[in-house]
Every structure is written in C-alpha cells, then in structure tokens.
Design a protein around this ligand. Sequence first.
Ligand SMILES: Nc1nc2c(c(=O)[nH]1)N[C@H]1C(S)=C(S)[C@@H](COP(=O)(O)O)O[C@H]1N2
Ligand SMILES: [Mo]
Length: 521
Amino acid sequence: MSTGRGIDRMLAASAGVIAAGVLLAASELAALLLGRAASPLLAAGSFVVDIVPQPVKEFAVSTFGSADKIVLLASLAVAVLIGAALIGLLALARPIAGAVALGLAGGVATAMVVTRAGAGALDAIPPVVGTAAGIVVLLLLVRRLRPRASGSTRARPAASHTTPSGVDRRGFFLIAAVAASAAVIVGVGSRVVAGVTTSVRAVRDALRLPAPRSTVEIPAGAELDVPGITPLFTPNDDFYRVDTALTVPEIDPAEWRLVIDGMVEQPMELTFDDLLARGLDEYAITLTCVSNEVGGGLVGNARWLGVPVRDLLREARPAADADMVLSRSIDGFTASTPLASVNDDGIDAILAVAMNGEPLPLEHGFPVRMVVPGLYGYVSATKWLTRLTVTTFEADEAYWTPRGYSAEAPIKFSSRVDTPKIGKPVSAGRIPIAGVAWAQTVGIERVEVRIDDGDWQQATLSSPINADTWVQWMLPWDAEPGTHYLTVRAVDKAGNLQIEEAAPIAPNGSSGWQRTLVSVT
Ligand SMILES: Nc1nc2c(c(=O)[nH]1)N[C@H]1C(S)=C(S)[C@@H](COP(=O)(O)O)O[C@H]1N2
Ligand SMILES: [Mo]
C-alpha cells in the first residue's frame, strides 16, 4: 500500500492548500460584509516590508525595480503554499495537531492584520472567521484520507467507493472540489465587489477642485528643444513612485481628516473642504528621492496645487521649543521635517491636492500629501497624509530613521545626462549633450560638461521657473568616431560646486559627478 499512502500524502498536502484558500476567501468575505479592508496576505506582506533589514530592501529594489512588491507578494504566496501543504501532511498523521497548526498560522495572520496602522479590534474578526472555516475544511478532508479502525462505530457503506485501506478518496475529491471552487469564487468575488463598492478611484475621477488663485508663470525659454531631453514637467504616469505601501491606500476625501496636534497651543482638525476653502495656489517643485543614484530617475518635476503648511501652523501656534513636524500617512508611514523648513516664509512647504492639473493620483498620495522644496521625499513628502504632529527630533523619530537613514536630509544638488542615452551608440557629427540639473531652494547657476579629459565647457541653461525646480541644460558637441567619456557637474546659485566624491544613497543621499561612456560610429 506504499503507493496508495504516497497518493494520500499528496492529497493531504493539497487538503492543506485548499484549507488555506478557504481561510483567505472566508476572511475576504467577512471583511467585505463588515466593511473592513483586512486581507491577511497583504497584512503579512506589509509586515514583511516593515521588518526586512534595509540592505535586503535595497537589494529587492535594485534587483526587481518597481516589480519588488509583486515579487514580495509572490514569494509570500509560495511560502503560504508550502506551509499549507506541510500543515496538510501533519493533519494526515495527527488531525488535531494539523488543526492547531492552522489555528496558529491564522493567529499570526490575525496579529499582522490588527497591528497594521489604523486597524482596530474589529479587524480581527475576518481572519478569525476565516481560520475557523479553514480548520473545518481541513478536518473534513483529512478524515477521508485516514484509514478507519475496523471497530468504527459509524456504519460503513459498501466497499464500492472506498479503497481497500478504508480510505474514502471519492468523498475527499467531492469535498475538495466544492471547497476549492467555493474558495476561488468567494475570494475573487469578494475582492471584485469590494473594489466596485469602495472605488475611491471613481470618486477621484469625479472630483472637481476649485480653480487656483494663482498659477506658476512659465518664462520664455523654460523648455529647451532637444530630442531625448527630460520634459520640463514630468507627466503623472511617468513620475517615479517610491513608498512602502503594498496596496495603494484608498481614502475618500469626504472622510479625510487632517489632525494637527502635539506641541501646539491650538490643536486642529480639518476636513478636505476646510483645506480647499483656504484657497489653492500653484507651486512648481521638483521632488527627489534619497534613493536616487547619481544619474538616476528617482526625481520628477510637477506643478502642485496646495496650501502652505506654515499658514496652518500659524493658527495652531507651535511651542517655542518644538523643532520638528512629524507627518503621518494613513498607512503608518511617518516623515520628520524640521519645523524651520515648514515655517520659513521663503520655503513653499505645502499640503498638495493636485499634481499637474489633476487631483493627486492615488499612487501619489490622494487626497492630500506634503511637498517640501529642498528635502528628500522620505523626510518631507508624506503621501495619504492624515496627521501633523509638532514635536522634537529628540522625542520622536520617523519611519526611516531607525532603518539607517538620517533624521534630517536636505537634497544634495545634482546634474544628470539624458541624451545621448547610455549604451546607445550615436552617429558622428554635431549632436546635443543635454539633461537636467536641480538645486531646490537655491537654484542652478551653471552646468559644465567635460568630454574625455578636455576642458570643462559651460552648457546653455533653460530659463528657470524658480529655484525649486530643475533646469534643463545642453551643450552642442562635434562627436568624433570612437568611445568618449562625458562628465557633468553643476554649480548652484550659492557658488557651491556639486560634490565630486561618490557617496552611496544611505544614510542621506548619493553624491558624485555622473560620468557616462558614449560610443560614436
Ligand atoms: N505614505 C508614504 N508617503 C511617502 C513615502 C511612503 O513610503 N509612504 N515615501 C516617501 C518617499 S521616500 C518619496 S521619495 C516620495 C515619493 O513620492 P512619489 O511616489 O509621489 O514620487 O514620497 C514620500 N512619501
Ligand atoms: Mo524617497
């Protein structure tokens, strides 16, 4: 009977997998009925995102790029599959032990769900209900695979549908088929229904923002006419996205609240309409990620509609010894911004509601995010903003601070070559070398390019919109056949030369001059 037992083991493993599927599907259904967004798998994924050490996270981003979240979820799914199969095998040998193991797994999932930011005790119900359903299905299935003692009290039907060992495979297949299809239908169905009924995307599409009181004036010559150069404004669909959110938070503006609290004389709470009623102005600000390598693409420029944070803080009246604003996202992410940066009359730190002429895309923080010129995104640009807590750097720290990044991080100004493209040969003759350079809050004074070991040549700059946005630069080049090194560096309006020494992105941003190899044919 060894092959028969081998088959039963495989079936037991699949029983574990089906039970896990039932667990997940039943939690989705319970979450839908209760109006909760508790998906145990996503909660587990978010938990992993928060606990993995920084080098692993960097490895994931550099290896899988923006597919890192999909890779994470796929790996989790594989881990769940393996774990579920093992539980099935255990249940075949000892049903109670299998049930306990599944119960423990469900308990861990429940813990992950209820410890997510913004979760409450009610969020425990879906995974608990799901776990109970999974255990019932597991026991029903493995029972069919266990040989019965001859002294069984239950009458056995004629041997036609049981194997000689007394194993009821036909009953197993029947229950397995019903449970598996129910899990798929209920699980997928609940997700779809939840997606339709809570579609914040539709709310966003229908949202009409009031016209701004002022718009950014774009000077003549703000955009150079060079094929292959980065456009002056980055279209929303091309704008880089960096965050720790496994699924994009969906916040209905009608339910959005901003709490301003901490070391303030007058704590405040604002609705979305309260914020809009203050009047919107337009700002052009270039956003940069601390993870941007020299020459990299984690930088983008947009026109934002928003309200200055300083106006709100003026009403809240921060205490004299406060020195930080801890901004918090609905998903628990936090950023520590120096109070001085958001209070400074010369720095347009804003709460933004629109990006390039439309409400913020969900991925970029709908309905409200922060944008602060001159600071890396992780210390300033909180998306899905819900709270501003006035505090001190001594008393509080933000999401990335214990994970290897500086608590304060002004952007290191930099310059980048966009064309000729790296690794793409160009034909000999007169061609433009061009790119962008940024030094938010200060402005770019000049950009210089060196070809091979030649002299530094001054590039032509586009007319800057303001000091907070990047400028485009270009230099015509008589390219001769062969391979050539192009090096670019910038000087800011304060007279500082871009840092030559190469630095990694941690703890406070990369530095160095971009040097690219071009082959001319
Ligand atoms: N809620 C939330 N906001 C966040 C982050 C995040 O992980 N969660 N990441 C920050 C980082 S590191 C950057 S660089 C910017 C990126 O903004 P973008 O995705 O709109 O380009 O958002 C910031 N705001
Ligand atoms: Mo970032």
